[in-house]
Design a protein around this ligand. Structure first.
Ligand code: ADP
Ligand code: MG
Length: 877
């Protein structure tokens, strides 16, 4: 951009247009309104039948019961509403966090804005990996290709070129228009927005887009099926209770009410919803830990992960590159000062700093690094003071762009070479951008009176193209076989030290020919990128959790192996390169893939093969990716993970999880959370089902054994209210058990009730049912009235459930071995439930409502005693 000229709109213009054009979004917001959620609570057929029956009972004059029933149903609905509203809120927040952004010129500055605020006339910049945020006319394009398959179904990318800038027609298949929703696969481009929101081609077909968020997870589906089975059983039991009661001569209407009430209390219709809540809460917990989960489904799958395929650069390492060495044919130079620190000196190995200007091949290498760089570095100082003296001050460089390139800029700055210092001599004509498939980049520029192409890239790509090298006097000399061998060895040595090695080269040419052969070799730049401390811990954690971690990188095998060893990843595993992978058949790969922990010089296509091979072996694969070409592998993986910082839009869109800090440790935490939430779901399903079995059994056996009705409808509803809601949700918020990452992952095809869970549930249900009955009969024997008997049965039933909820906290440890205050939410929930029970039994007004009587001390002890007997008895089984 030349100075003085300002491009695009001003913020003020944009704000005005935004008012008239509306936001750049299409489709109504998918938010479900609070009213709808609230009404949804009454959708349940059973609840509607109950309400209808209640109306009938009002007509029959039973006002007080009816009022109570309606109140309890309302209370239940409110509880359900609060939970669901929170869930919806979390999901909404999630959607907005993953909303796309655009690099847009405003007030003459390029800034990243929310794509929703784009208006026509905005000028945006696009690069490979971006999702195109609006329909735009191309103003300037460099090797720009766009994938429009989402609009046209055509899967090959189409080239785009600048056309008539005043063209405002966004009809499909035009070479000078890029379309909203399509993605940029190659090159860069500048474009002017011509249509936003509903006016884009994408907006017109947006009704066809389905909402993927709301799809039920496999677990939810399975539980919904289970729920149906339980519902059928319950209904049969209810009908039996109703029939038996009527045969025995009970009032038909009372028996109907009883039957319906049992059905309501026992049918676990809320189960899938509770699972959603647990998953959504896990998602928001993960969000706080910097892992954004796009799909609820993935929370579950994360917990099953058996293989993590992780990028090296930036995920296992810090992606803070520092050039520590530059090797020319004649000399090795060392750079001091780590990371982005501003200070540092150049030596030849000793302590004495040299004057880099006297070293021709070195300065030319550094110049090449600076010219072949799209990154920017800056200090707090004003640009004018950026001479060597000012740079030597305290502080760090502020870096934007590719860290590999920034490292070269910083190394050059240590020798006094900057973009500014070169700008007088050198003018860039065109760039051939870096691509992880070709592994090099080239820049065509006019240098003084001459036109040159500077190259930088992987050693194997650049070195074979060099026919000459620059000697210590800065003159080209012929590359002999011996020199070449020496250089190859040098590169190998540097790689063994865990350095990423880039070869730098140059040639003179009038036009940009990226595939040019006769280059002049300048030097190798070796840069370190230390493993992150957290990544080391995470790798250890995975090992104890029987999750295999493998490292995938475009770097050289030797570099990769050295870094893997430093990160504690290698542990006897082998390394293989992409080229070697190509030689293996699928069968061979499937057989051997378990041996490898390092995949080096890998291209995106190899990633896809790796994922597929692991999957064929029955592994659950979590794969990370950042570049646009990684999207297929990320999509194919069971859990696709995109990098939040370095990741491209396209990869993020394909991913199930986005790591906001690009950190392996974050991913491993998410796996832990995934395991935890699954374990918690098992906990509350266990709790809810055994309690429901207990309730139904109590009522059923009571009728069958010819006893009076054990619990009245209002009492059953009360039990349902105090035991189901809060305690179950609190159970869903249990912290991970300490050994959760010391076990192998659960198999994804493992049944939900594996490990004898079903047996535990049924047994406990039966015990709860029997002890409630026992409580009822015992109090009757002691001479209590029916009301007292019912009250005591109510107490036994509720208290034994409230005890059971603490047992459900762990499948491995018994209740006697756990700290009862480990989950304070659960303690709180149980306390509230208990208080409600006490109030219903003790407070005279409520006694009327719930037909309870305060029991005497002996009766009370009997009721509580039977509750306590349950866990004691269960301990024998
Ligand atoms: P990774 O998977 O570790 O991120 P990349 O695909 O980024 O690996 O890089 C692969 C290789 O390409 C590197 O070893 C290096 O030789 C070369 N390379 C990386 N970045 C650049 C760049 N900006 N310019 C030129 N070459 C690069
Ligand atoms: Mg990279």
């Amino acid at each position: 951009m030349r100075k003085g000229e300002s491009m695009g709109l001003t913020e003020k213009e944009a704000a005005e247009r935004l008012k008239t054009e509306g936001e750049n979004v299409f489709g109504e917001s998918r938010k479900t309104g609070p009213m709808k959620i609230f009404l949804g609570q009454f959708k349940d057929i059973m609840v509607m039948i109950l309400l209808a029956a209640t109306v009938v009972s009002v007509l029959l004059g039973e006002i007080s019961d009816a009022v109570t029933i309606i109140l309890i149903v309302l209370l239940n609905a409110i509880l359900g509403f609060v939970q669901e509203y929170r869930t919806e809120h979390t999901l909404e927040a999630l959607r907005s966090m993953t909303s796309p952004t655009a690099k847009c010129w405003r007030d003459g500055r390029l800034s990243e804005i929310d794509a929703a605020f784009l208006v026509t006339g905005d000028i945006i910049e696009l690069e490979a990996g971006d999702r195109i945020p609006a329909d735009c006319a191309v103003l300037k394009a460099a090797g720009f290709f766009s994938d429009e398959s989402i609009l046209t179904g055509e899967s090959t990318a189409v080239g785009k070129t600048a056309g008539d800038a005043s063209d405002r027609d966004n009809s499909l298949n035009k070479p000078n228009i890029v379309y909203c929703g399509a993605s940029a696969v190659k090159g860069t481009c500048r474009a002017e927005v011509i249509a936003t929101g509903k006016n884009t081609q994408m907006g017109r077909i947006s009704e066809m887009l389905t909402d993927i968020d709301k799809e039920a997870t496999p677990l939810q589906k399975r539980l919904a099926e289970l729920g149906k089975v339980v519902a059928v059983i319950c209904l049969v039991v209810c009908i039996a209770v109703f029939g038996a009661g009527v045969l025995r001569g009970e009032n038909v209407f009372d028996m109907l009410m009883t039957g319906i009430t049992i059905a309501i209390a026992a049918i676990p219709e809320g189960l899938p919803a509770t699972v959603t809540i647990a998953l959504a809460l896990a998602v928001s917990r993960m969000m706080k830990q910097k892992a954004l989960v796009n799909k609820l489904h993935s929370v579950e799958t994360l917990g099953c992960t058996s293989v993590i395929c992780s990028d090296k650069t930036g995920t296992i390492t810090e992606n803070k590159m520092t050039v520590t060495e530059i090797a020319t044919v004649h000399e090795d130079y060392y750079f001091s000062g780590m990371g982005y620190r501003v200070s540092g000196a150049v030596t030849k190995g000793g302590d004495i700093a040299i004057n880099p200007m006297n070293e021709k091949a070195l300065t030319e290498s550094l110049r090449c690094g600076v010219i072949c760089s799209t990154a920017e570095i800056s200090t707090q100082e004003t640009p004018k003071s950026r001479n060597r003296g000012a740079l030597a001050g305290k502080g760090e460089w502020k870096v934007t762009g590719d860290p590999t390139e920034a490292a070269l800029l910083i190394a050059a700055a240590k020798a006094g070479i900057t973009k500014e210092s070169l700008s007088g001599n050198c003018r860039i004509i065109e760039e051939y951008p870096f691509d992880s498939e070709t592994r090099f980049m080239a820049v065509h520029c006019s240098y003084g009176s001459e036109k040159r192409i500077y190259f930088k890239g992987a050693e194997e790509v650049i070195l074979p193209r060099c026919s000459q090298y620059m000697d210590e006097n800065g003159r080209p000399a012929a590359m002999t076989a011996a020199v070449r061998r020496g250089l190859e060895e040098k590169a190998g040595e540097m790689s063994d030290k865990a350095l990423r090695v880039l070869a730098l080269a140059v040639c003179t040419s009038d036009k940009l020919e990226p595939d040019r052969g006769n280059l002049v070799f300048l030097g190798f730049a070796g840069m370190t990128d230390p493993p992150r401390e957290e990544a080391k811990t995470a790798i250890r954690k995975c090992a104890s959790a029987s999750v295999k971690t493998v490292m995938i990188t475009g770097d050289h095998k030797k570099t990769a192996v050295a870094v893997a060893a430093k990160a504690g990843l290698l542990k006897g595993g082998m390394a293989i390169t992409g080229a070697e992978l190509d030689k293996l058949s699928d069968e061979e790969l499937d057989r051997d893939i378990g041996k490898y922990t390092v995949f080096a010089r890998v291209e995106p296509v190899h990633k896809l093969r790796i994922v597929k091979s692991f999957k064929r072996r029955g592994e659950i694969v979590t794969m990370t990716g950042d570049g646009v070409n990684d999207a297929p592998a990320v999509k194919e993986a069971d859990v696709g993970v995109a990098m939040g910082v370095t990741g491209t839009d396209v990869t993020k869109q394909a991913a199930d999880v986005i790591l906001m800090d690009d950190n392996l440790a974050t991913l491993v935490n998410a796996v832990e959370q995934g395991r935890c939430v699954y374990a918690n779901i098992r906990k509350f399903v266990r709790y809810l089902l055994s309690c429901n079995i207990g309730e139904v059994l109590t009522m059923f056996l009571g009728i069958v054994m010819g006893m009076p009705i054990i619990l009245l409808p209002v009492q059953i509803l009360l039990v349902n209210l105090v035991t189901d809601g809060l305690p179950a949700i609190a159970l869903g918020m249990e912290k991970p058990e300490s050994d959760i990452m010391n076990r192998p992952p659960r198999r994804s095809d493992e049944g939900f009730f594996s490990g004898g869970l079903m047996w535990k549930i049924v047994l406990r249900g039966v015990l709860i049912g029997l002890s409630t009955l026992a409580s009822f009969t015992t109090v009757m024997r002691l001479g209590g009235s029916v009301e007292v008997c019912r009250t005591c049965a109510l107490i036994t039933l509720v208290v034994s459930q409230l005890i059971h909820v603490f047992e459900c906290r762990s499948e491995r440890r018994s209740i006697f071995r756990m700290n009862p205050f480990g989950n304070m939410k659960l303690v709180g929930a149980a306390a509230v439930s208990f208080a409600v029970l006490a109030a219903a039994v003790m407070i005279p007004q409520l006694q009327v409502v719930f037909s309870t009587v305060a029991p005497d001390i002996i009766q009370l002890l009997a009721a509580i005693g039977f509750s306590i007997a349950v866990p004691l008895l269960a301990a024998f089984f």
